[in-house]
Design a protein around this ligand. Sequence first.
Ligand code: SAH
Length: 242
Amino acid sequence: MSKIYVVGIGPGEYEQMTMRAANALKSCDVIVGYTVYVDLVKEHFAEKEFLTTPMRKEVDRCELAFEEAAKGKTVAMICSGDAGVYGMSGLMLEIGQRYPQIEVEVIPGVTAATGGAAVLGAPLIHDFALISLSDLMTPWEKIEKRLLCASEADFVICLYNPSSKKRHDYLQKACDLMMQHKSPDTVCGTVQSIGREGEHMEVMTLKELREKQVDMFTTVFIGNSQTKNIGGRMVTPRGYQY
Ligand code: SAH
């Protein structure tokens, strides 16, 4: 039976890839992915065949993976971070219904939330909500509602896709919504290029975050009412007495 691994390669550097992911890439014939992610793994798996498709061509990319597997090859479809967090594992399983002879195995990875949390300190140690600000496939009204409800419930909030060329003011809009329930002094953090060249973190308040311009390679963290800045690191207490 032909096989496709859907592999989360972690946030960037090879050292943050799990051994199970690296073994899957070692054992496959073809690696399929978005150009940027293929470039991240190429040097470690140089002998493999690589097939790339551009951003926004996700359905084509999945079909390409199944077509290759149907030829009898073992295929790895790679995603950054975890393939099950705004990644391709769902679409692969949906399209896989058309290819019952091909087995799909999902291999987890370090997602930007946990990769970035480690850089900042320990912001996510309690209940948190992960929200994407991208309204490409989710109506903005739903994103607004999720931001408001998560803020009202005092969740730590982690934001993916905080900005793009067309959405340069979305983070500002999100901060205004969160400030309806969270204090402007709430401790926040940003991490750019987690596990990649130029990795950069900053800790600030929610009102400072509102004035910041971030890019699409940044993950944003908004604390709960207990989150502290401890010597420049972002720490949410779990509640231990000491
Ligand atoms: N599957 C990926 C998420 C894809 S959504 C994962 O599990 O990490 C893309 C968003 O994830 C980006 O806009 C950014 O907010 C975040 N992201 C992914 N990789 C990142 C990295 N190396 N550094 C900072 N943010 C990252």
